[in-house]
Design a protein around this ligand. Structure first.
Ligand SMILES: *Cc1c(COP(=O)(O)O)cnc(C)c1O
Length: 365
């Protein structure tokens, strides 16, 4: 059996350190806030080559709090790719603003920057660039369009910890970047967690304020905020994992090149890694004919795969009321039918990758 994701293999490799870190939190009763959270925020800001990091409850909250802090709400529009995890647009919807979808680039699966200008109206306030599957969106044209129209740029970096675009770390490129530490992400906590990273001091202050009941000093509430914080146990675990994130990322990248090597002489469409980026392979997504059939046959051989995502957001039940007809974003819709995510994690062995590739080749021959 080769699982799609093997969280246990990673846990076993750091078990004693994790147990020690968690035990310390219990001893100190530093459950919300505390030293580990502050240390993690510092560590993670440094890791992103950014000035500020605010730990929050999860990645969706990170996006939503950032939009809120930017003053985005009712009557506003935010541009977002149609092919992403629904959280990207849920965060927009939760502010009262409206997501305006854009199709993706045919090679990289990230937002098609050429289509952005035609979607801008006088209501547009921001562009949300999603670094999908671990590959950075093409940020230069996005920043240029945003500057021209006076828009904010939010990086949804939930799948892209440590990714780089033209030598710049994601998290330091837009006005703010949002990360998720959901267990299955490249840097995963043992529960929910998220962070907002930015170089904008004022924005960082506002996100912090919003995330803890609008107060800097207990019971002095400057604004009506919310409660969304990274807890001490998660921060302690993340601090342990920060010592390994680079090594794990390199292992993912190596696994991606093994897949490429072993699948090169097939008609399977492999992910394109742009030359000027560091792709961190949150997912290794291929495109293949008869996807359902291939997925089932792989499972029969003990190989689990995933689909990211079965439907572009505008065609989900949740967004039906926007009334966007099918074929509005043809690439997203076409790809949704033939994307297949192969197992991808640092602990995946060369032997396992060979088994997966051999099985795939046999199935499609
Ligand atoms: C996981 C994810 C999120 C949301 O993160 P949560 O921590 O699960 O709330 C947002 N955007 C993308 C692209 C994601 O993959």
């Amino acid at each position: 059996m080769i699982p799609f994701l093997d969280l246990k293999a990673q846990y076993k490799s750091i078990e004693s350190e994790v147990k020690e870190a968690v035990a310390k939190i219990f001893e100190d009763c530093a459950f919300v806030g505390g030293k580990e959270v502050a240390t993690f925020e510092k560590n993670f800001a440094d890791y992103c080559h950014a000035s500020y990091c605010i730990g929050v409850g999860n990645g969706t909250d990170a996006l939503w709090l950032t939009l809120k802090a930017m003053g985005i709400g009712h009557g506003d529009e935010v541009i977002v790719p149609a092919n992403t995890f629904i959280a990207s647009s849920e965060a927009i919807t939760a502010t009262g603003a409206r997501p305006v979808f854009v199709d993706h680039d045919k090679e990289t699966y990230t937002i098609n920057t050429e289509e952005i200008p035609s979607r801008i109206t006088e209501k547009t306030k921001a562009i949300m660039a999603v670094h999908l599957y671990g590959q950075p969106a093409d940020m230069d044209p996005i920043l240029e369009i945003a500057a021209r129209h006076g828009l904010k740029v939010i990086e949804d970096a939930a799948q892209a910890h440590g990714a780089e675009y033209k030598g710049r770390r994601v998290g330091s490129i837009g006005d703010a970047a949002c990360f998720s530490f959901y267990p299955g992400k490249n840097l995963g906590a043992y529960g929910d967690g998220g962070a907002v990273v930015t170089n904008d001091k004022e924005l960082a202050g506002l996100v912090r304020l919003l995330s803890q009941h609008g107060s800097k000093v207990k019971y002095i509430h400057e604004i009506a905020g919310y409660n969304s914080r990274l807890d001490g146990i998660q921060a302690a675990i993340l601090n342990v994992k920060m010592n390994y994130i680079e090594q794990w990322t390199e292992a993912r990248r190596k696994n991606a090149s093994l897949y490429r090597e072993m699948l090169k002489d097939t008609n399977i469409i492999l992910p394109v890694e742009k030359e000027d980026v560091r792709h961190v392979y949150h997912l290794f997504v291929i495109r293949i004919k008869d996807r359902e059939d291939v997925q089932k046959k792989l499972l029969d051989r003990g190989i689990q795969t995933g689909i990211h995502y079965p439907a572009p957001i505008h065609l989900t039940e949740a967004y039906r009321d926007l009334g966007i007809p099918a074929r509005t974003f043809p690439l997203s819709e076409e790809y949704a039918d033939n994307l297949l995510s192969l197992p991808m994690y640092a602990e995946l062995t060369k032997n396992q990758i060979r088994k997966i590739c051999d099985a795939l080749k046999e199935i499609i021959s």
